[in-house]
Write a protein that binds this ligand. Structure first.
Ligand code: BG6
Length: 480
């Protein structure tokens, strides 16, 4: 199969994701010589375009999104591999025409990746139409399907989608996107944990007081109000990105770096998350909404949708018993930062002057935008008796490695082309994640709901979030 050609068929080709992320990522992979020989890209959507008209549009957007990496000569070479086939995926005659077009283009065996970047409600229909047109038949080469988020809107719809997808594609051929897994720093968390020997012995309830996972965004909802209001922070960020970060932080080492072994370990983390009941929802969840959200276009004036949440989750297993995992995410926050803080316990005894207790060590894993990690350690303040202060060992990707960190989609597209699903969500993973989020959303809709607290843009969410941590004798670690 090494000489087999590869075709990436993008459904929803005229959409924003295609021009903003997918084509730039494929172009940059081409430029670096990473795409296998005879890789082709075929865009499909209802708009009538010629191959050349689509290429011309993509040239403009790719130039815009790749900046200095755009080279006209390279682009021209790459553009010759890009094709367009107009069609409605709900129309079987159009799907037959697509099948004919692909067969002629490939002229033999080929690996095909069908990338669903359409409106989410079309995902199950797209899969069924692929099946009906014979496009999922694995006999002329592997046929894989990549499905963009969101994968369902709750557990029931996710299960239904999985059932419908599995009627056409076996799980091995299904690649569910969570672009956080494509981030270099998220993969580096696996390397930090399992490629070093000094962290793992301390990575447990004996040494760690708690873990904080923050995904803060400065942006507001803006023009995405129509989508966002039906989603909110729980569906938009927690169900996928934050739980993914938690799984990778908390998982056991897989036996091998193999898609099913890695995902098998991740799944066990979600299985161990203690279900919330009764008063837990009011005690262990916070929800907030930024002032101004109700004025966003597409948001109903009485919307109760949360744009901020903080959650306290427990992972009931040997490693993590008694160690809370705090998850926090919000829009309209002070800055854009994604970070994981491992807060170690305080030393058992305070020996030195001028402090009542010694601050515990902290490992700050910066996922973005200041990619790197800092280990906070106590050091002696020079010429000040035995006074101590928190100082840090600071690793930054940008200092130690040349070049920009590639966008997540480059890695994910390449993995889909090469048939490695390690960095894609498996069906059980997605369903378990909904199983954690759904009860919280249901509680937020019930009389037991914690109050929806308004917060000013540009801070760290509602003040109640700070107070909530204080009451537990802890503190958010906020850095921009
Ligand atoms: C998306 C959400 O999945 O992730 C957006 O729908 C959010 O609301 C985005 O802004 C954040 O991604 P990143 O890569 O900018 O952290």
């Amino acid at each position: 199969t090494t000489n087999m050609s590869h075709t990436i068929v993008i459904f929803g080709a005229s959409g924003d994701l295609t021009s903003r992320k997918l084509i730039p990522a494929l172009y940059l992979l081409y430029r670096k010589g990473r795409l296998p020989d005879s890789t082709r890209v075929v865009g499909v959507s209802r708009t009538e375009y010629s191959h050349d008209a689509w290429r011309a549009d993509l040239e403009k957007t790719t130039k815009q999104f790749t900046g200095d990496s755009f080279e006209p000569k390279m682009w021209a070479e790459f553009a010759a591999l890009v094709f367009y086939q107009p069609g409605d995926l709900q129309d079987s005659a159009d799907m037959d025409r697509l099948a004919t077009f692909l067969n002629e283009l490939e002229g033999g065996e080929s690996t095909r990746i069908y990338y669903l970047s359409t409106m989410p409600k079309l995902y199950p229909i797209a899969v069924e139409m692929l099946g009906a047109a014979g496009l999922a038949d694995q006999s002329a080469g592997p046929r894989r399907v990549v499905i963009e988020k969101p994968f369902g809107t709750d557990l029931t719809t996710a299960e239904q989608l999985n059932t419908r997808v599995h009627k056409v594609f076996a799980e091995d051929h299904v690649y569910r996107i969570d672009h956080y897994l494509g981030k270099e720093t998220v993969q580096n968390l696996l390397v930090l944990r399992f490629g070093n020997s000094i962290f793992e012995p301390l990575w447990n309830r004996n040494y760690i007081d708690h873990v904080q996972i923050t995904v803060a965004e400065e942006v507001v909802v803006g023009r995405r109000g129509g989508y966002y209001d039906t989603s909110g922070v729980m569906r938009d960020m927690v169900q996928n990105h934050l739980l993914q970060l938690m799984m990778i932080t908390a998982m056991e080492s897989p036996v091998r770096f193999d898609a099913d072994m890695v995902r098998g370990e991740k799944v066990k983390v979600l299985e161990a998350v203690r279900p919330m009941t009764g008063a837990d929802f009011a005690q262990n969840t916070l929800r907030g909404q930024y002032y101004g959200y109700l004025n966003e276009e597409g948001v109903p004036a009485n919307s109760q949708t949360a744009t901020f949440t903080a959650l306290k989750l427990w992972i009931d297993n040997w490693r993590w018993q008694g160690v809370p995992f705090y998850l926090r995410s919000g829009k309209a926050m002070s800055c854009r930062t994604t970070q994981i803080v491992i807060q170690y316990k305080e030393p058992p005894l305070t020996l030195f002057d001028h402090c009542e207790s010694m601050e515990g060590n902290r490992l700050v894993i910066q996922i973005q935008p200041a990619e790197g990690l800092q280990m906070h350690i106590q050091s002696k303040v020079p010429d000040a008796g035995m006074r101590t202060r928190t100082t840090d060992l600071d690793f930054r990707f940008r200092r130690q490695f040349a070049g920009d960190l590639p966008d997540a989609y480059q890695r994910l597209l390449l993995d889909a082309i090469q048939g490695d699903a390690s960095l894609f969500a498996r069906s059980d993973e997605v369903e378990l994640a909904w199983g954690i989020v759904d009860p919280i959303l249901a509680a937020w809709n019930s009389p037991a709901a914690p109050e929806l607290v308004k917060y000013e843009a540009g801070g760290w969410g509602p003040d109640s979030s700070t107070d909530w941590m204080m009451k537990q004798g802890r503190q958010w670690f906020d850095v921009c």
